[in-house]
Design a protein around this ligand. Structure first.
Ligand SMILES: [Zn+2]
Length: 120
């Protein structure tokens, strides 16, 4: 299955915003980036842009969606505090996705995905 294009990613992010954030974390752009060797995703809350590591490309949809949800939550809460995780954990597979990414982080020497019990 080919990786979703950037417009596909944006459409998914818009959908995730509707489903889990009540439309309050509207994204403007989502794109794959090659130059992100140590992080799974990042965002610029100012222009509501999300960047995803290309290493996510072949991963299950629910894992990629989790990373998008994580970045959308940063549009509402910049840090990784309790209110941030309250948003992220509305996504039902958040914990499973963190575990999935943690395994790959070790394999690829990437930063572990931040979790409620870890700082990053
Ligand atoms: Zn984060």
């Amino acid at each position: 299955m080919p990786a979703p294009s950037d417009p596909d990613l944006l459409a998914r992010a818009v959908r995730l915003n509707d489903d889990w954030f009540g439309g309050m974390a509207t994204p403007e752009s989502v794109r794959w980036v090659d130059n992100q060797q140590s992080r799974w995703g990042s965002c610029s809350p100012g222009d509501r842009a999300i960047r995803l590591s290309r290493r996510l490309e072949g991963m299950p949809r629910w894992v990629v969606d989790y990373v998008i949800v994580h970045e959308l939550a940063h549009f509402l809460e910049p840090g990784h505090d309790e209110s941030f995780w309250a948003w992220v954990n509305r996504y039902p597979r958040a914990e499973r996705a963190q575990g999935y990414l943690l395994g790959w982080s070790d394999a690829w020497n990437m930063e572990a995905p931040p979790g409620p019990d870890r700082d990053d």
